[in-house]
Design a binder for this molecule. Structure first.
Ligand code: UD1
Ligand code: UDP
Length: 394
């Protein structure tokens, strides 16, 4: 590496969860005097992305602004591929960093590959081994994994998944999940809510926080989920549902149709990250099909009922804080009812467990990159104690 030249790292993301999980890493890379992070957003999401950029005060160098209502997966892929390729050709980065499993992730990794530019995959190695669940995320992450040169796995289980696929041991680094970095920076017991959240009665009401957006749940499964919520609210007079509805018009319409106008069901716009995670910290339990919530809620000691049949995040299920309840109305009602009625059952799930990290994942990724690109001659202390496995020492 010529002396004096900074290592140029193109950090790409496009949706809300990628932004939340890449923001702490962007901040961390900005601390390095010899690294030049360039941020490119595809804006596969618009408002939901901008909320995160504002909160973390990140001003992207490039914004592809690709979001169109009703666009297909191929259209997203095409727009990202072409847009990111142009940026790579212009900037000639040393590395492209992508996150997780969205179509932005895969298409950006593919653009980097076509330009023979190395790829670092953050949150690597999550798997269900079911091609269509979650859809299209399972294939997005597998295909990204096939293109990546550095695999930043959040957990040992993720590392094992990659090893089973024949990924070289030397290219996998267990760092924890950067979502915990973002969470720790944002949860505050003194946090004061505004508006509707400020009027919630956390003492006398049990707040169920709900999110749902997965493509494989569109249609009938989502109808079942929403009907289950309606039934639960009718069943328990002290239960109140707060459901920040994903911006996808299909989900907004169905939520309004099945849950609109009900007392004790608050269908609200997506919340900014700070109020959202602080609400999660104070709610009674979480019902969700989201990936990120399965990582955040356990760290906050909140039971999570996952509205899916399968998960790529088995760690919190094993720890007992997360339970898969699928998407049939009767099962969701049964499992939620059990938690609402049985205090012992509830307490058994309400354990703060943190299999996903300790808040230092971004720091470890930076340290590893500095070492790999010759900016520091020492193997990062974080990894050296257990260098053989390249896992951070817990
Ligand atoms: C996307 C990702 C999914 C990720 C999820 C997180 C793909 C194919 N899907 O799913 O992996 O888990 O984000 O939320 O990569 N919309 C807005 N404003 C916004 C965001 C979305 O209006 O800020 C609407 C638009 O009409 C958009 C639609 O929602 O076309 C769907 O967005 P899209 O990114 O295609 O899919 P998601 O279901 O959000
Ligand atoms: N989130 C948020 N506001 C909301 C709902 C979710 O900030 O109204 C955050 C949440 O804390 C998590 C992320 O968004 O970090 C999850 O995003 P999403 O469920 O859209 O995607 P997934 O995690 O399933 O990919």
């Amino acid at each position: 590496m010529p002396s004096g030249r900074k290592i140029k790292i193109l950090v790409v993301f496009g949706t809300r969860p990628e932004a939340i999980k890449m923001a702490p890493l962007v901040k961390e890379l900005q601390k390095s005097p010899n690294m030049l992070p360039i941020v490119a957003v595809t804006a596969q999401h618009r408002e939901m992305l901008d909320q995160v950029l504002d909160l973390f005060e990140i001003k992207p160098h490039y914004d592809l602004n690709i979001m169109r209502h009703g666009q297909t997966l191929s259209e997203i892929t095409g727009r990202v591929l072409e847009g990111i390729e142009n940026i790579i050709v212009k900037e000639r980065p040393d590395l492209v960093l992508v996150h997780g499993d969205t179509t932005t992730t895969f298409a950006s990794a593919l653009a980097a590959f076509y330009e023979k530019t190395p790829v670092g995959h953050v949150e690597a190695g999550l798997r269900t081994r079911d091609k269509y669940a979650p859809f299209p995320e399972e294939m997005n992450r597998r295909l990204t994994g096939a293109l990546a040169d550095f695999h930043f796995a959040p957990t040992e289980a993720a590392r094992e998944n990659l090893l089973k696929e024949g990924v070289s041991r030397d290219s996998i680094f267990v760092t924890g999940n950067t979502v915990i970095d973002a969470l720790f920076a944002s949860v505050n017991p003194e946090y004061r809510f505004e508006g509707l959240l400020g009027r919630l009665d956390f003492k006398n009401r049990r707040i169920i926080l709900v999110t749902a957006h997965r493509r494989e749940n569109w249609g009938k499964p989502m109808e079942e989920i929403f009907s289950a919520l309606a039934e639960l609210v009718d069943m328990f007079s002290d239960v109140e549902v707060v459901f920040p509805v994903h911006k996808n018009p299909a989900i907004q319409a169905l939520a309004k149709k099945l849950l609109g106008g009900r007392e004790r069901v608050h269908l609200i716009e997506p919340l900014e990250y700070a109020p959202f995670v602080n609400l999660m910290a104070r709610c009674y339990l979480v019902l969700t099909d989201s990936g990120g919530l399965q990582e955040e809620a356990p760290a906050l000691g909140k039971p999570v009922l996952v509205l899916r049949e399968i998960t790529e995040r088995p760690e919190a299920v094993e720890a007992g804080t997360v339970r898969l309840v699928g998407f049939s109305r009767s099962r969701i009602v049964r499992e939620t009812r059990r938690l609402l009625l049985d205090e012992k059952e509830y307490q058994a799930m309400a354990n703060a467990v943190n299999p996903y990290g300790d808040g230092k994942a971004s720091y470890r990724i930076r340290k590893w990159l500095e070492y790999s690109y010759g900016l520091s001659s020492e193997i990062p202390a974080e990894f050296s104690a257990d260098f053989g496995s390249r896992s951070y020492k817990k």
